[in-house]
Design a binder for this molecule. Structure first.
Ligand code: AKB
Length: 316
């Protein structure tokens, strides 16, 4: 019997590619995608898909029972920029969905949980360069507060109830298959689409704003690697720092110019600048590398090449 897996929030930026990768690894029928909205054609046609609200405990419990689910990846969340517009909704979605899944694991209805945290758990009082795994955390966004709180609850459920929950703090994730929605790092995805369609882009972050970033393939690799690691290797049960590269909008614009020499970049920082200013510029992920052998494959040039190739293949 294959292990049946449920991906909640499967239609989103990371959920889409994670589901497709899990289907490649475990077989299409074993990976159930669910979301509150429909996803891409590839996601919907490659295996089971169920409309479900991550905040609805009964709906999630029903899916778990119906498909004999053992492992849940909870990818549904409201991100940093959108969360600031509707703080209470962001809090409700991010926390209720987590408790639903943690409680199913506590009651032994599922065996293993993946839940993503984010660099948004850090705040202005956190050391900005090579931010350590354990450090000051005073997030200023509702998204960051929900992720920091979620980390504490993951750790609590592991210690108190033996729940096998694993988590990583994603940096900005860059991909071409599904657009991100409502994040502060989204400029690093938008720039490629705008460059290829219009030859120019106006960044909502200033040219010197340095943030930690990662190509989607590495984010998926990390997610699968941490879930495949033996339980005793996972020593951090809140969430692991994870790092691949850091860059500014100006540096990324230079990379885009390698492919499109005429590309024009402008800067009009908006409210997202205030969020970015509170986040680290680089991350120390030594513990993830030591505990479960994390390593990344893509640097900024490889990421840029992959984005151009990927978007071009979608345009034909
Ligand atoms: C966001 O910008 O909100 C996300 C994140 C860093 O978690 N991409």
């Amino acid at each position: 019997m294959p292990t049946n897996i449920l991906v909640i929030g499967a239609s989103g930026q990371i959920g889409t590619e994670l589901t497709l990768k899990l289907r490649e690894l475990h077989g299409n029928a074993a990976v159930i995608a669910s979301d509150i909205r429909e996803g891409s054609e590839e996601l919907m046609s490659s295996g089971p898909f169920e409309i479900a609200n991550a905040m609805d405990f009964d709906a999630i419990e029903k899916l778990v029972g119906h498909y004999n689910i053992e492992v849940v990846y909870l990818m549904a969340a409201m991100l940093s920029a959108t969360g600031e517009k509707v703080p209470m909704k962001a809090w409700a979605l991010n926390m209720d969905s987590l408790f639903n899944v943690l409680n199913l694991a506590k009651d032994k209805k599922i065996k293993k949980v993946f839940w993503p945290s984010s660099i948004a758990v850090f705040g202005p009082s956190t050391p900005k360069e090579q931010t350590p795994q354990t450090t000051v955390m005073e997030p200023t966004t509702v998204y960051g507060i929900s992720k920091q709180t979620g980390e504490r609850w993951c750790s609590y459920y592991h210690k108190k109830y033996g729940v096998d929950v694993r988590s990583i703090r994603y940096p900005g994730i860059i991909s071409y298959k599904t657009l991100p929605g409502g994040g502060t790092t989204d400029y690093a995805v938008e720039i490629f689409h705008e460059a290829m369609q219009n030859g120019k882009y106006t960044s909502f972050l200033s040219e010197e704003t340095e943030l930690p970033m990662m190509f989607m393939d590495d984010a998926i690799k990390a997610t699968i690697d941490i879930m495949d690691a033996p339980s005793e290797a996972i020593k951090v049960r809140s969430s692991y720092n994870l790092s691949a590269m850091s860059f500014t909008p100006k540096i990324l614009a230079e990379e885009v110019k390698r492919h499109l020499p005429e590309f024009e970049m402008n800067y009009e920082p908006d409210f997202r600048q205030d969020i970015a200013d509170t986040w680290p510029s680089s991350i120390d992920d030594a513990e993830a590398r030591a505990d479960w052998n994390w390593s990344h494959n893509f640097n900024i040039s490889e990421l840029t090449d992959a984005m151009f190739t990927g978007i071009k293949s979608q345009l034909v």
